[in-house]
Write a protein that binds this ligand. Structure first.
Ligand SMILES: [Zn+2]
Length: 322
């Protein structure tokens, strides 16, 4: 995704205004917690915030980054000596205490090029308990020129003692239109594909981008047509669909589309007043589908058979006689 500044970020207007006011007052705060739904741009916001603070050429308006000085360009390139981003390492399941010790050591050094040392932890809920306790020490006595930003979509998992020491900024979910605009900036694709992918992404921009890139939006029309045809009770449709959607390049998208489709059926049976019996049937099938789809992604189940049993149950619920 291209680097975003406070000027180009879509959404989160009040958070941007709040941060700018704090910077203008000369009090950007030592410790921040950015929390809110997954994939709405918390890390993007943290980087834009860091760019403003590290910029060397914004004396006219310290609430904006110039985007052109050596500091701004180094941050965009991921090479600023006064900024680090701590995340879970690829082969690990948690953020380790060693990573947090490195972060604390980094923050205690004098800035090399700017006024601040800035560290971002993304996602902080991935810290193990040792790491969280080590972080607490830095939070209790933050070095003078340090700024720590911790991101999380699961703030409930964080230690209360960590949360209480941070300035909290809540991020709301983005509207469908906002997500469409963001995905459109990142992916070169048709408006229809983007729209359909965004409808499936559950509010997560990164997920929307992936769905769009894999052509899920374009496939969705076909998927919906086939789901509608299931009720006609033709076993051939079940076989063709199971074959097609179980292919490795389509399976993950098929699961996402199924999830969204089940939600739609449940919403539909509630709003059309079909009675508690119908709602219960859809809920129970959706729950079963969720479990079996969850298993299919972690265990090596036969994907074709998983889809076949799912499609048969959907067809039966719609009145098919087989
Ligand atoms: Zn600059």
């Amino acid at each position: 995704m291209p680097f975003q500044t406070f000027e180009t970020i879509i959404g989160h207007d009040s958070n941007i205004a709040g941060m700018r006011a704090a910077i203008k007052a000369g009090k950007p705060g030592h410790s921040h917690l950015f929390y809110g739904p997954r994939g709405v741009g918390k890390a993007t916001f943290a980087l834009a915030f860091a760019q403003v603070l590290l910029c060397k050429d914004n004396r006219d308006d310290p609430t904006k980054s110039c985007g052109e000085c050596s500091s701004c360009t180094k941050l965009v390139a991921g090479q600023h000596p006064d900024f680090i981003n701590i995340a879970m390492l690829e082969d690990k399941t948690r953020i380790s205490v060693d990573q947090i010790r490195d972060l604390s050591a980094f923050l205690s050094l004098t800035p090399m090029e700017s006024q601040w040392k800035i560290a971002l932890i993304d996602d902080a809920a991935q810290m193990n308990s040792q790491a969280a306790n080590a972080l607490l020490k830095t939070l209790e006595e933050p070095p003078d020129q340090s700024i720590l930003i911790i991101n999380s979509y699961r703030p409930g998992v964080l230690l209360p003692t960590i949360k209480s020491r941070c300035i909290k900024t809540r991020f709301s979910g983005l509207s469908q239109d906002e997500i469409i605009q963001i995905v459109d900036k990142i992916v070169d694709s048709s408006a229809e594909n983007i729209k359909q992918a965004v409808e499936l992404c559950g509010g997560d921009v990164a997920q929307g981008v992936l769905l769009c890139e894999s052509g899920a939006g374009e496939e969705r029309g076909l998927f919906l047509q086939e789901m509608a045809a299931l009720g006609e009770g033709d076993l051939n449709v079940v076989c063709t669909m199971s074959d097609y959607w179980s292919k490795p390049e389509r399976f993950t998208n098929a699961l996402l589309m199924l999830k969204a489709w089940f939600q739609e059926q449940i919403r539909g049976s509630i709003s059309s007043n079909k009675g508690p019996e119908s709602i219960r049937k859809w809920l129970s099938l959706a729950k079963w589908a969720d479990e079996i789809m969850g298993q299919a992604t972690v265990v090596n189940l036969n994907k074709r058979l998983v889809l076949e049993s799912l499609f048969i149950r959907v067809a039966r619920l719609r009145g098919a006689k087989f």
